[in-house]
Design a protein around this ligand. Structure first.
Ligand code: NAD
Length: 338
């Protein structure tokens, strides 16, 4: 499938205008949530496109909102040539990408991520979808946007927690696939440079393995334990931010990598310290294994009784589909290894 055009810009309105005239876009609809309609829409409002907005939050990744947006598209006479512009974080791009993929058997869409997580992760890779019956992302399709516009202009209004927690995904990508990016983060390099390098790294992995069957799974570092922790928090009705759960997951999975000799102690310390520094969530003294362990066996990446991990072998160089049984993990827990 055709990879999307990547546009890195500091003048989003101009770049979007240029894209629309070049591609002879006559009809476009901007999809945003209740926050991005206030904070981000003004940056592209001079283009005068119609707007559809839905309530912000993960809860909107639902059939109810799919229904609402489809109704709006029909009311606005959207046809097969209408471009859907997803302006927002991962919720907007996941939901908007899904609706665009099913409306009239597919209309073109582009992503303009406005959250840091959206820029470095959610807007890239063509995974679109919604949640269903408390299962995250269980309904959806693989479909690339035509283009992705990356502009850090939007980050000025992003809440601090959203900004900090997204560093998990950046450090993850660097740790398993890009040592240069890791150095840039360690040396406090320019944020635009970091975002661009992270986007290009994820895009390369996606291009090699669109359907997530092999090398793209490297991007799951931290997510096996991270997802289990998120599920536990959902169960107790105290949702944890995805980025914070992934940070915890990476810290735990790094211990596994160290134990099996997949990473040396010096690099283990460097990655762990960078996570603590950039994500800044205090997990010290936290021991949640007994709570989240039951969710590990339910992970979607497992295809037999073993749990599948993606781990760094050395900084910038990962290994995927490293398997271990839940019993083995429990033993390592008792021995104090994880
Ligand atoms: N498709 C993928 O490959 C992929 C990858 C990672 C995550 N995701 C999905 O992405 C979602 C999480 O993305 P997210 O963290 O961007 O969440 P989000 O879209 O909910 O955005 C976080 C919050 O920030 C607000 N916001 C966004 N941009 C803003 C801005 N510039 N100024 C002010 N407020 C702003 C949003 O309204 C929301 O309240 C999850 O649903 C997750 O499943 C998808």
């Amino acid at each position: 499938m055709q990879m999307p055009e990547l546009v890195f810009t500091k003048t989003i309105s101009e770049s979007l205008n240029h894209y629309c005239s070049l591609n002879q876009i006559k009809n476009a609809i901007i999809l945003c949530d209740s926050n991005t309609s206030v904070h981000c829409l003004p940056l592209i409002s001079e283009l005068n496109f119609k707007v559809v907005a839905f309530p912000a939050g993960e809860v909107s990744k639902s059939f109810e909102q799919v229904n609402f947006i489809l109704n709006q598209l029909i009311d606005l006479n959207a046809d097969r040539q209408t471009l859907l512009i997803n302006l927002g974080g991962g919720v907007v791009s996941d939901l908007g990408g899904f609706v665009a993929s099913i409306y009239k058997r597919g209309i073109p869409f582009i992503n303009i991520p406005t959250s840091l997580l959206g820029m470095v992760d959610a807007s890239i890779g063509g995974k679109t979808g919604i949640d269903f019956l408390n299962y995250k992302n269980i309904i959806g399709v693989f479909n690339h946007p035509k283009a992705i516009f990356i502009s850090s202009e939007f980050l000025k209004t992003l809440p601090q927690d959203e900004l900090k927690s997204a560093w998990s995904e950046i450090i993850k990508t660097a740790s398993i696939a890009n040592i240069g990016l890791f150095h840039t983060i360690e040396s406090n390099g320019d944020l635009d440079e970091v975002i661009k390098e992270c986007v290009l790294t994820k895009s390369r992995l996606v291009e090699m393995d669109f359907k997530d069957q092999n090398i793209r799974q490297l991007l799951n570092f931290g997510h096996t334990i991270g997802h289990a922790l998120e599920s536990y928090h959902l169960e107790i009705n105290k949702p944890i931010h995805h980025g914070y759960a992934v940070a915890y997951g990476m810290l735990m999975e790094l211990k596994l990598a160290l134990h099996i000799g997949n990473i040396n102690k010096i690099e283990f310390n460097r990655v762990s310290e960078l996570i603590k520094l950039k994500v800044g969530y205090d997990f010290s003294g936290t021991d949640l294994f007994d709570f989240y362990s039951k969710y590990l066996s339910a992970d979607k990446k497992n295809n037999d009784s073993n749990i599948s991990f993606s781990l760094p072998k050395s900084i910038g160089n990962g290994q995927y589909q490293w398997k271990v049984s839940l019993d083995q993990l429990k033993n390592w827990k008792i021995e104090g290894i994880i």
